[in-house]
Design a protein around this ligand. Sequence first.
Ligand code: NAP
Length: 362
Amino acid sequence: MTPQSNPHAGLAPLPEPIARLADGVELLDPTQAPPIRWGIIGAGWIGSVFAQDVAAYSSGTIEGVAARDPQRAREFAENFGVARAFDTYEELVSCPDIDAVYVATIHPQHEAAALLAINAGKPVLVEKCFTMDAAAARRIIDAAHATGVFCMEAMWTRHLPHQKVVSQIVRNGGLGQVVSVHADHGQSLEHIRRTWDPELGGGALMDLGVYSMSFVQQVLGDCEIVGAAAKMTDLGVDVESAALLKSATALASASSNFNGKSATYGEVVFSDGALEMPEQFYRPTLLRLRTFGAGRAGDNGELVEWDGTVPGGFQYQAAEVARCLAAGLTESETMPLNDTIAVMDLLDDMRRRIGLVYPWEK
Ligand SMILES: NC(=O)c1ccc[n+]([C@@H]2O[C@H](COP(=O)([O-])OP(=O)(O)OC[C@H]3O[C@@H](n4cnc5c(N)ncnc54)[C@H](OP(=O)(O)O)[C@@H]3O)[C@@H](O)[C@H]2O)c1
């Protein structure tokens, strides 16, 4: 274990050779981040997950929540121990006791809520998919740049310990060149109305495929889609979709569906080994390093596993915001705004290829 890796409570130390390959990785403890008071816009499901993870596993607190219906905000506050319920989103963003805003509405509402926060001077963490298209993402980011306000996409995956290790191993280059990247995200979401409804930004791509696409972009950086396929519902959203991508040096696949729970695996293949997340690459999970043996078919090489599971998970992105704010930064190095734009450009291209057109675009 290298001194920098500093695994914290509940997290197993990195075994060799993962520790050596990931030399320099910083696995910071969310309970040690500077304290921060959050306000949540949108009293729905993901807002409740964030509220619970932040309260239980980080140094932050949830100071307030706002919903379109004030009564729902009051119920949310009561259920999740939130200090205040605001009658409107506007009241929340102008409250001086709130240090940062988490946008937890459905994705077609992200842009308006993010701009509301930024224009009130409040740092903002915006749920994925960041916006419905890259043009809207650019509008938010332009506003953040113009006002000097912190902004970050809530792609919580990138801040998780196992993903920090993956990124560091890619950066250090000890496993050779990246050959290919694969990610799949399938869930059974048939019972959730918004996934079917085009008016609510439905479809697998924008909800789940964004994780697969973002993982590919995280590993490869610049890349482009070279092929795509999808199965669409009668209402015109994708039940499943798959993209083939390429960078200057590697190929990738990124897929998703909302009508069947898949293993949700992620994999990076290098010239001298592979990193595998056999299940749930997008949440705290097991990381497996495979170093190749003689390289012949049937020789699976040597396996070393690291259990990167921790309770919760959203606390890591919340702690990242807290650290960035304390350091006076306006964006995160782990989830930079250029990467958000790059992912949104890929999603735009994918939508063009599969014919995923939302009602307000017709
Ligand atoms: N990071 C993750 O693991 C994860 C997991 C699931 C979802 N998400 C993301 O989180 C966001 C919210 O998902 P969710 O499952 O929490 O959704 P949800 O519970 O259905 O809705 C969240 C909030 O969106 C607003 N909303 C819902 N329907 C609306 C409508 N028709 N018009 C205007 N506003 C509406 C409501 O805000 P009010 O309370 O103000 O009415 C609601 O509380 C999505 O962008 C999704 O992609 C992230």
